[in-house]
Design a protein around this ligand. Structure first.
Ligand code: SAH
Length: 420
């Protein structure tokens, strides 16, 4: 949906400026000092775009695109009793299967027809890479039209988390993000998002991660794409994730995180959906001068409006907001920026947000590289001293191109190299 059509206007636009602030004597590297990470030519610069290209053919109809009433109607239309929708849904959402051979409680004559009509294959694995001693598995999937997306499954001590893609490519054009360099190919359907989750839930339950069978507990929308640009299908997927069987998987909403670059009207709309999922805001800079260049969408919604909307999200849902902050050497890692971020958060409320600094992958010689350890520590300590809960994100799967969009790009380059 187009954000310009979205309903609410920001309340108090408050530009957050660095003008007149101390520079603490450190170098200031700007995003424009070098072409974007992964750019194919020096002048290649992806442009911010909210346009969603039309898909080549619709994904086949899938049970997960429909609510239970819709599934019952679909059964009826096919001449099958509507209660079969219930049974089929339980196989899918409770036993994570779409294989008719597993469905022995269904009459043999109807099994094949039900699966063919409501459980078509939507995503097929192209590649699976294991890392971190088998506690991380990254998948590259191919969709019905040949388009590819990624998901990453990660096992921790107390939780198992899947990072899903909501779009193929992305139109938000952030210069440090691999997906941002691809542009947007298309939105994923609700079924294509839910299928990533179903595969992960099945793999975890089947003990495919090191450490034996595990229950998938968390889903984060931090793979390829900007979830808010695919709002309707993402909200459909959230319903399937949260609602109990036979409607959906029955995952706890507190274990689900939607991450956004900051489409303010849609953050406000999500707050009103009655789906108390966690909101993550990819802030990456607390001042508009830098964020205008680092996160192109900042040209539409400034830091002040974004933090206001995030705080209102907290008030509406009771969920503490996660502020994502990729630490980039000499660009956004200055102690005064940590202080400015803390001030901007504390000015609104206490305890409503926590900050998640993410070390960028080290790329020596590039401006897109991680902060020095001492600088990272200083940044974190400045936030903590100001009373902000701060946890540095672990860098799971960095040896398998763990960051957003990197595996798809790598496989594409390998295939291009083979054909030339
Ligand atoms: N479009 C959404 C969700 C996808 S990205 C968003 O931006 O929030 C998920 C997170 O990974 C975002 O915080 C994004 O800024 C971050 N990210 C992208 N590329 C990265 C990189 N090279 N290093 C560290 N974090 C990165």
């Amino acid at each position: 949906m187009s954000p310009s059509r979205a309903q609410q206007r920001p309340r108090r636009p408050q530009p957050v400026s660095i003008t007149g602030r101390p520079s603490d004597g450190r170098v200031q590297v700007m995003p424009t000092d070098q072409p974007p990470e992964g750019a194919t030519s020096p002048d290649a610069k992806p442009r911010l775009s909210f346009a969603v290209p039309a898909a080549r053919g619709k994904a086949p109809r899938h049970l997960a695109d429909l609510d239970l009433a819709g599934r019952k109607a679909a059964c009826k239309d096919s001449g099958l009793p509507s209660f079969r929708a219930d049974q089929l849904s339980r196989h899918y959402f409770t036993h994570f299967t779409r294989d008719s051979a597993d469905m022995t409680d269904l009459p043999a004559a109807q099994r094949e027809q039900l699966c063919a009509e409501l459980l078509p294959e939507l995503i097929t694995p192209v590649r699976a890479l294991r890392a971190d001693g088998g506690r991380t598995i990254k998948h590259l999937w191919e969709l019905h039209d040949g388009v590819r997306v990624e998901s990453v499954l990660m096992r921790y001590k107390e939780r198992t988390t899947l990072c899903v893609s909501s779009q193929a490519g992305c139109g938000m054009a952030c210069p440090f993000c691999a997906t941002g360099q691809m542009g947007l190919t298309r939105n994923l359907s609700t079924g294509e998002i839910v299928e990533q989750v179903r595969h992960a839930a099945r793999a975890s339950a089947a003990g495919e991660l090191t450490g034996g069978p595990a229950r998938l507990s968390n889903v984060v929308f931090m793979g390829m794409g900007e979830p808010m640009v695919n709002y309707k299908n993402v909200v459909g997927a959230l319903h399937r994730l949260i609602e109990p069987a036979p409607e959906g998987f029955g995952l706890s909403a507190r274990g689900i995180t939607v991450s956004t670059v900051g489409l303010v009207p849609l953050i406000r709309r999500l707050a009103g959906e009655g789906l108390p999922v966690t909101l993550a805001v990819s802030l990456h800079a607390p001042d508009d001068e830098l964020r205008d260049e680092l996160i192109p969408v900042n040209s539409k919604w400034k830091v002040g409006e974004l933090l206001d909307a995030a705080h209102d999200y907290f008030l509406a849902t009771g969920r503490r907001v996660s502020i994502e902050y990729a630490l980039i050497k000499d660009m956004n890692d200055h102690a005064w920026r940590a202080q400015l971020l803390a001030d901007e958060l504390n000015r609104r409320d206490t305890g409503w947000a926590h900050v998640n600094p993410i070390p960028l992958n080290p790329t020596p010689g590039s401006i897109w590289t991680c902060s020095e350890v001492a600088v990272q520590d200083m940044f974190v300590n400045t936030l903590r001293r100001a009373g902000i809960t701060t946890t540095v994100r672990d860098t799971r799967g960095s040896d398998i191109d763990g960051a957003c969009g990197q595996l798809a790009t790598e496989v594409l380059n390998q295939e291009r190299a083979k054909t030339t």
